[in-house]
Every structure is written in structure tokens, then in C-alpha cells.
Design a protein around this ligand. Structure first.
Ligand code: TXA
Ligand code: MG
Length: 345
């Protein structure tokens, strides 16, 4: 399949998105930037488009897709919305928050087809704040189903180049809008009455959500302190480099010492913060950003994983991040990327 690449660099280029909208309306697939990661978009109301998304990514068909809207109020057309949804929408949308809602029926059938939601009776809705994503959804004139635009299992793409590496020749169009702002996927929440459960941590944190509901629970047991399984759990592997990849857990000086020893004895790649980089030899170092700036670490993480994987190293190491604030999102991606291979010093 021929993949067309369209560059959007300024407001004048936005007219080019009209054709991208047409591609989506006619069951085609378009990869596009959002404020989190690049998405692979297709018409969420068209089972054939959803089937194409699963095929292009090599994704298991029971893993549901997020439905992207240009206006959070449109969720009411397709799903049961309640008071808490609108409170969250007015505070966090457009933005990196995805909310799971029960799907609505029309003439006895779900309006959002089973093919889009992996057979579930619920749908995840999200309203991206990125102006390119917003315009594309408006031009498409339909809700846009979009998983991250990577081959299933590999790190999510944060640049058009990453999308090209994974999906060139498998989709109709790639919209190159430059690097994504945040760099990790949206926070996914489920509403239970006036409580929230975080199914996937992201830029919108539990602390951000707490003022708007009675309680926030983080569902993912792997994200809780003290519950890091030490045995390799291949079935949990996601976002993964193809090389052996380990997280290292310990005090600053212990971790640096470990990294120095490994650099001498192994052909390894190290994913480190800039403070650590200044004391390590600069061979095969991939720099996340400052230890004090988790946004910069989130922004660089998936790119570093891809680059470390493409390097000549045999094995990759990174530090186990702390779990406060958006550190929880970093932890969640890293622990899955390494398949729970943690070296405790
Ligand atoms: O930031 C993002 O959310 C990006 C951009 C492109 O918007 N999209 C994204 O999609 O990360 P994806 O498919 O890679 O991840 C969607 C996550 C999956 O973990 C999926 O299982 C969950 O959301 N999900 C989707 N619909 C769901 C539902 N109805 N119930 C429970 N989980 C759902
Ligand atoms: Mg994904």
C-alpha cells in the first residue's frame, strides 16, 4: 500500500487536513499527532475501518480502541454520560484524559460497533487538545478510533519518523506534525458512581483528579509500591525494545556504580537522567532529561527506548523511577517495557 506523508508546520498547512478527513470517512487509516503520542485513526463507527486498524498494528482484536471526539459533549451521542463525566470534561478536556463510558444503543444495536471496542459494552472517549488532531477529527466529521500508531507491543510513537518505521506501507497516510508534547499515552479512567479508577496512569494524575470525585483508586497492581514482581512476566510485556532490558533499583551511588561496572563488562545501552550522564562515560547513553523534570523524562522515554534498541548494544538498562506524580506513568510504561525484570541492588 502507498503511504502518503503530509507535513503540517503552520496554520496555512491545516487545509491539507481536509483530505486526511476524507480518507478517514472513506474507511482509510491516517496516523496523526496528539499531545500524548501519535494515533492511528479510522472511522470509529465503521467496523471495516476498525478491523483495518487491528490488522495494521498486529493488535489482538479484544484490546479496545479509544474513540476520539472534537467536542467532549459529543460523547452523549454514543454513550451514557453522567454528572461526573461532564465535571471531568469541563476540567480536563480537551486534554490527555480518557474516560470509559457505557455504550448507547440505537434500534437495538450499539452505535459504536463491537469491532471498535473489542466486543465490550463500554467505550473509551477522549478529546485531544493538539490542534492538528482536533482539526483532523472535525474534518473527518465522524468519531475517530485511534490506538497508538505503533506495531503492537513496541514503544508508542512520539514522532512521525517512529510511525514511519512501524507502519509505512501498511496505512494510507501519515500526518507529520513534529514531536508530541507529552510523550506518554493519556490517563484512562473508569467512573463508578462518584469514584474514579485509574486504569492507565498518564499526564492527568490521581492528585489532579481527587478534587472532583469522592475517591481515586489506581487499579494497576504493578504500579503499587512494594509490589514489583521480580520474575520475568512476558505476558505483561508492552512498549518493549527487542533487546534484553532491565530496570535497576537502588540508591543513587549504587545505581551509578552498577552502571559503570556494566559499561566496562558488557556492550550495554544506558537510559539515564542528565545528572547521571555527567558522571558516566558517554558511550551508548540515552538521556531522558533532568531528574527534577519528569515532563522532560516522559517526553523522551519512548524515543530513548527506540534509539537504545536501534543501537549496537546487546542489553539495555534504565533506573526504576519513583512513583510520585507523573512518575507513576513513567513507572507503568518502564515496568512493562522490561517485562518486570528489575535488578534490586
Ligand atoms: O494518548 C492516548 O490515549 C493515545 C492517543 C493516540 O490518543 N491512544 C492510545 O490508545 O494510547 P491505545 O489503544 O494504545 O491504548 C488504549 C488503552 C488500552 O489499554 C485499552 O485496553 C484501553 O485504553 N481501553 C480502551 N477502551 C476501553 C474500554 N472500553 N474499557 C477498558 N479499557 C479500554
Ligand atoms: Mg498503545
Amino acid at each position: 500500500m502507498q503511504t502518503e506523508i503530509i507535513k503540517i508546520r503552520d496554520q496555512d498547512d491545516f487545509v491539507l487536513l481536509e483530505r486526511a478527513g476524507e480518507v478517514i470517512r472513506s474507511s482509510g487509516l491516517v496516523a496523526f499527532p496528539t499531545e500524548t503520542v501519535y494515533g492511528l485513526g479510522g472511522n470509529a463507527l465503521d467496523p471495516e475501518a476498525s478491523a483495518k486498524i487491528y490488522r495494521a498494528k498486529g493488535r489482538p482484536s479484544d484490546n479496545p480502541l479509544i474513540v476520539h471526539l472534537s467536542d467532549p459533549d459529543e460523547a452523549g451521542l454514543y454513550c451514557e454520560t453522567g454528572e461526573l463525566y461532564y465535571i471531568l470534561a469541563s476540567r480536563f478536556m480537551p486534554g490527555p484524559l480518557t474516560v470509559i463510558l457505557k455504550k448507547k444503543k440505537s434500534n437495538g444495536r450499539f452505535i459504536i460497533p463491537d469491532e471498535t471496542t473489542g466486543g465490550l459494552d463500554s467505550a473509551a472517549v477522549r478529546c485531544p487538545s493538539d490542534p492538528i488532531a482536533h482539526s483532523l477529527i472535525r474534518f473527518a466529521g465522524v468519531p475517530v478510533a485511534a490506538p497508538s500508531a505503533n506495531r503492537s507491543g513496541s514503544p508508542s510513537p512520539t514522532t512521525a519518523e517512529h510511525v514511519k518505521n512501524d507502519l509505512y506501507g501498511r496505512i494510507d497516510m501519515i500526518i507529520d506534525g513534529g514531536p508530541c508534547n507529552f510523550g506518554l499515552e493519556s490517563t484512562v479512567v473508569k467512573i463508578d458512581g462518584d469514584s474514579l479508577t485509574i486504569l492507565r496512569p498518564g499526564a492527568v494524575t490521581a492528585e489532579d483528579l481527587e478534587p472532583y470525585c469522592s475517591s481515586v483508586t489506581v487499579s494497576d497492581a504493578e504500579s503499587k509500591p512494594g509490589e514489583v514482581p521480580l520474575s520475568p512476566g512476558m505476558k505483561y510485556r508492552h512498549y518493549s525494545p527487542s533487546k534484553r532490558f532491565y530496570l535497576v533499583n537502588g540508591e543513587d551511588s549504587d545505581v551509578i556504580g552498577f552502571f559503570m561496572d556494566r559499561q566496562k563488562s558488557e556492550n550495554c545501552a544506558l537510559i539515564v537522567c542528565s545528572e547521571d550522564a555527567s558522571v558516566l562515560e558517554d558511550r551508548n547513553l540515552f538521556i531522558l532529561g533532568s531528574r527534577n523534570n519528569k515532563f522532560s523524562q516522559a517526553h523522551s522515554l519512548f524515543g530513548c527506548l527506540r534509539e537504545a534498541d536501534a543501537s549496537d548494544a546487546d542489553v539495555i538498562y534504565a533506573r526504576l523511577p519513583d512513583r510520585s506524580g507523573i512518575g507513576l506513568a513513567l513507572f507503568n510504561r518502564l515496568i512493562r517495557a522490561c517485562g518486570h525484570n528489575v535488578i534490586n541492588l
